[in-house]
Design a protein around this ligand. Structure first.
Ligand SMILES: [Zn+2]
Length: 328
């Protein structure tokens, strides 16, 4: 089968053996994979887990083979799932912090830009679902990033907080706008890309859409979704007294950010980091996606066959479009 690999900063297609599912595993024929920012980061600056391996982790497909002992699924079913599953045995899992599972890297889905995709037993057991009939396969792979955003919103615990500013104009920022609006918050979105900002405004109706040239006030809650150092450095400027700041977009190892200790202490500003997703956030993200995928459809900027995946990443490097659907 054909599969895409990252090799020295380039995307290459290779012919590799079709995987066979071991105990608890499931083999899918990939229907759609969606590109995302993590894949782009892996390509541009390397990634500790992806390395030079197969990549792509947002997927939906049809089950073509089941490993020994798999229950609840059968060949021919359309499914969608997350990219990891917790081990339920490590120190973090035992206290319910499944997103921080110490064995995440051993239970990871990698290689969705391929004809077939092998799902690890931990994913099959906890984070794999039948595709809801009302959810078109092209949009279903948004499940995984939406689940991460759902976890971020959970971490904020926003009871009593009203005004939120979401910083960024990518798909992650868009998911935050959708979920926070659904929860009844007043949501502003702030970003530097006017074209993407106006698409978000048109499709998700945030209360305000601001560029850095506009006057940006202070908010009860600030959500960082860009993963850019210069944005992290300015986050407190947007936070009101008593505010919460969600640190969602990750930075590379060894990055240090100075924050104003005086304001953090005397104004009780709370910095809340958020990483990855939990089985609970995946399950709820699927419900949201099933009911609201039409509002998010604008995030799929184009559809390409697997042979043209190189072109897709060139578009992404240039910042064109949100996400692209890859069809093997
Ligand atoms: Zn674990």
């Amino acid at each position: 089968m054909r599969a895409a690999f990252v090799e020295n900063g380039r995307v290459v297609l290779k012919e590799v053996p079709k995987p066979r599912p071991g105990p608890g595993e499931v083999l899918l024929k990939v229907e759609y994979a969606l590109t995302d920012g993590t894949d782009l980061k892996a390509l541009l600056r390397g990634h500790p887990i992806i390395g030079n391996g197969p990549f792509g982790h947002e997927y939906t497909g049809i089950i073509v083979a089941l490993g020994e002992g798999v229950e609840g699924f059968r060949v021919g079913q359309r499914v969608v799932g997350a990219n990891t599953g917790p081990c339920f045995e490590c120190k973090m899992c035992r206290v319910g912090r499944y997103n921080l599972c110490l064995n995440l890297a051993d239970n990871m889905v990698l290689g969705a830009y391929a004809e077939f995709l092998l799902l690890p037993a931990a994913v099959v057991r906890t984070n794999l679902y039948r595709l809801p009939p009302t959810l078109p396969p092209k949009y279903a792979p948004m499940l995984e990033p939406l689940a991460c955003v759902m976890h971020g919103v959970d971490r904020l615990n926003l009871k009593g907080y009203e005004n939120v500013v979401v910083i960024g104009t990518g798909s992650i920022a868009s998911f935050f706008v959708l979920l926070l609006k659904l929860q009844g918050h007043r949501v502003a979105v702030l970003g530097r890309n006017p074209k993407k900002l106006s698409l978000i405004a048109e499709n998700l109706q945030p209360d305000e859409a601001l560029t850095y040239d506009d006057h940006v006030g202070r908010y009860d809650v600030v959500v960082e979704s860009t993963g850019r150092k210069e944005v992290w450095e300015n986050l407190l400027n947007y936070s009101d007294r008593g505010g919460k700041v969600l640190l969602f977009g990750g930075l590379s190892s060894g990055t240090f950010i100075p924050f104003d200790a005086h304001r953090i202490h005397y104004e009780e500003l709370t910095l809340v980091p958020s990483f990855h997703h939990t089985p609970h956030s995946v399950r709820r993200a699927l419900h949201i996606l099933k009911d609201h995928w039409e509002k998010l459809a604008f995030l799929v900027s184009g559809e390409f066959p697997l042979e043209r995946i190189g072109e897709v990443f060139s578009l992404m490097v240039r910042g064109e479009g949100f996400k692209y659907a890859i069809r093997p």
